[in-house]
Design a protein around this ligand. Sequence first.
Ligand SMILES: [Zn+2]
Length: 304
Amino acid sequence: MLKILWLALLVFVPVICPCAQAQGPVTVESLLSKDTRLLVFSPHPDDETLGAAGLMQRVLQEGGRVKVVFMTNGDGFPEGVEQEDHIAHPTAADYRKYGAERRVEAVKAVACLGLKESDTIFLGFPDGGLSCLCQQFFAGPPAYRSPFTLESCPPASEIIIPHTDYTGHDLTQELERVLADFRPNLVATTSPEDQHPDHSVTYFFVQRALTHGRQKNPSFNPRVLTFLIHFGQWPLAQGAGTGLRLHPPEGFPDKGRQWLSLALSPEEATAKRRAILECHTQMIVMGRYLLSFARSNELFILEN
Ligand SMILES: [Zn+2]
């Protein structure tokens, strides 16, 4: 089923902006203006900061608008719950509490980048379960049930469309609504080649929702930048906390796509580092890894 959905996606995602090459090489900066409306899709609280903190700051500095959509609250992380709350065998209530803590941290982290709480959208879908929604729980019923929180739908406060459950269909609908409400002209999300299933599947769901949006309204055609979080030992193998330049990982299947580097100003790099440090629950478990994203640049691939 997953392969079929991927094939459908490849067929229906249109190639845009054929003029880009004629106008010279595309840079991240060349995609931004005061009219930029950037929507960042983050699988878990912290991915948006690790991958796109500089991009978000730059868009705001240009006079554009930014919103962040958190697919999950990051509540399915046993090692994290155990270390944060010193609980050997976390219960569903412990996982939900952990998700609530990560949600608060995410708001504080993006505040370091200039965003308000009203610029965040939490969808409350299941951490560690997004790939299941792509496969056996796409249509439902039954809906997927998180083995961590034991929930089979988002918290009531996070549901946008009534009766939303943990199914791929309902997640797609929620994403379509978010896209239709904000109408971004630039989207940033995790790479389809990211090795964390929640991350690669986030790309799939975002592209699926974009495809539906384009079919309903052909003038709606935002550009899509992807950023990478998990790929082998990258970028930890390039050093942590050094602030040095970030290079693409060796062996990444770029398929002819070009990496675009966004150089951060010292102020942007400092704010990104501060934002990373706001992710206390994650710093406890993997601080070195998180800080390996605190660099003098960020890397993106323009997908379309
Ligand atoms: Zn993540």
